[in-house]
Design a protein around this ligand. Structure first.
Ligand SMILES: Nc1ncnc2c1ncn2[C@@H]1O[C@H](COP(=O)(O)OP(=O)(O)OP(=O)(O)O)[C@@H](O)[C@H]1O
Ligand SMILES: [Mg+2]
Length: 270
C-alpha cells in the first residue's frame, strides 16, 4: 500500500501519449509525447504554426485528438484519461489555462472577472443566487476576498474596480492568469503569457509565475516565444516543429541542440 502511494507520487501529473490531430488533410500534430511532473515549469516552444496551441486545445478537451491520449493525475492520485470530457469538466478536474487571444469580460470590473471564474468551485446554484440565504452571502463574501488575494498575487489589486477594457495588454494577460487561478488548478497552462509585454513586465511576470507555483503548489506548462523568459524560468523544454516533437531537455540541452538551432535559423531564412 505504501509502495503504491509512493510510486503514484512519482508519476507525471500530465501525460500526453502519441497524440495526433488532423484538420481535414492537415496533420497539425503527429505522435506528440509530453509529460509534466508535480511542481515543474515546462515550456513548449517552436516556430509559428508548429502546433503548440493545437496541443493545448487537445490537452484541455477543446479539440478531440484524432489519436493518442491525454492522462491527468490529480494530487489525490486519481487518474483521468480525458476523452469525452467537456472543457468545463477539465477545469473542474484541476487544469486551468489562459488563451493566446485574451478572453476577458471587457465590460466587467477586474474583480468581477476573477469572481466569475471562481464560480465553478462554489455551492450556490441559480436558486441560491436568487434567494441569497445567509450561507450564500457568506460564500459570496469569501469569493470576493479570495479573488482580491489573487489580484494581489498578479499585482492588479489597485485596479480591482477598473473595467477590464481599460487595462494595458500586459495587465490583461495577468488578469487572465488570476482568472485561471480562481478555479483552483493543480496544473496551469499559459499560452504566450508574455506576448505584448515589455522586458520589465516580462521579468515581473516570470517572478509572478514562480511565486504562484510555490504558493498554490502548481505545475505549469507554458507556450512562449520570449527566449530569455523560457530559458530562465523552465525546468524542462519541449520543442515542436511541423506538429512533431523535435527535442526536449533542460534549457542548456535544448539551447545546444542542432535540430533546434536549425528549426529557428530555418524560420529566419524563410
Ligand atoms: N481549428 C483549426 N482548423 C484548421 N486548422 C487549424 C485549426 N487550428 C489550428 N490549425 C492549423 O494547425 C497548425 C498549427 O497551428 P497552431 O495554432 O497550433 O500553431 P502554434 O504553434 O500555436 O503557432 P503560433 O506560435 O503562431 O501561435 C497551423 O497550420 C494552423 O493553421
Ligand atoms: Mg499558438
Amino acid at each position: 500500500m505504501m509502495q503504491a502511494a509512493s510510486s503514484t507520487a512519482a508519476l507525471p501529473v500530465l501525460e500526453v501519449r502519441d497524440l495526433s490531430k488532423r484538420f481535414g488533410g492537415l496533420l497539425a500534430l503527429s505522435d506528440v509525447n509530453l509529460n509534466i511532473h508535480q511542481g515543474e515549469v515546462v515550456a513548449l516552444i517552436g516556430p509559428n504554426g508548429a502546433g503548440k496551441t493545437t496541443l493545448f486545445n487537445c490537452i484541455t478537451s477543446i479539440y478531440t485528438p484524432s489519436e493518442g491520449q491525454v492522462v491527468l493525475r490529480r494530487p489525490q492520485g486519481e487518474e483521468c484519461i480525458l476523452n469525452t470530457h467537456k472543457p468545463h469538466e477539465v477545469t473542474r478536474l484541476g487544469m486551468a489555462r489562459t488563451f493566446q487571444n485574451i478572453r476577458l469580460f471587457q465590460g466587467m470590473t477586474v474583480l468581477e472577472n476573477v469572481m466569475i471564474a471562481r464560480h465553478c468551485r462554489t455551492r450556490a446554484g441559480v436558486f441560491g443566487a436568487l434567494l441569497r440565504p445567509a450561507w450564500v452571502r457568506r460564500e459570496e463574501r469569501a469569493i470576493e476576498e479570495k479573488s482580491y488575494t489573487l489580484l494581489q498575487y498578479m499585482g492588479l489589486e489597485s485596479l480591482y474596480a477598473e473595467e477590464a477594457r481599460n487595462l494595458s495588454y500586459g495587465q490583461q494577460r495577468r488578469l487572465e492568469i488570476a482568472r485561471a487561478l480562481a478555479t483552483e488548478p493543480f496544473l496551469l497552462l499559459l499560452d504566450e503569457p508574455a506576448a505584448g509585454m515589455n522586458p520589465q513586465e516580462t521579468l515581473e511576470l516570470k517572478e509572478m509565475v514562480l511565486d504562484i507555483r510555490k504558493a498554490f503548489n502548481l505545475s505549469v506548462l507554458l507556450i512562449e516565444h520570449d527566449m530569455s523568459m523560457v530559458m530562465s524560468l523552465s525546468d524542462r523544454i519541449y520543442v515542436m516543429e511541423y506538429g512533431c516533437n523535435i527535442a526536449s531537455g533542460t534549457p542548456d540541452e535544448v539551447r545546444h541542440n542542432k535540430q533546434v538551432i536549425k528549426a529557428y535559423l530555418g524560420e529566419d531564412d524563410a
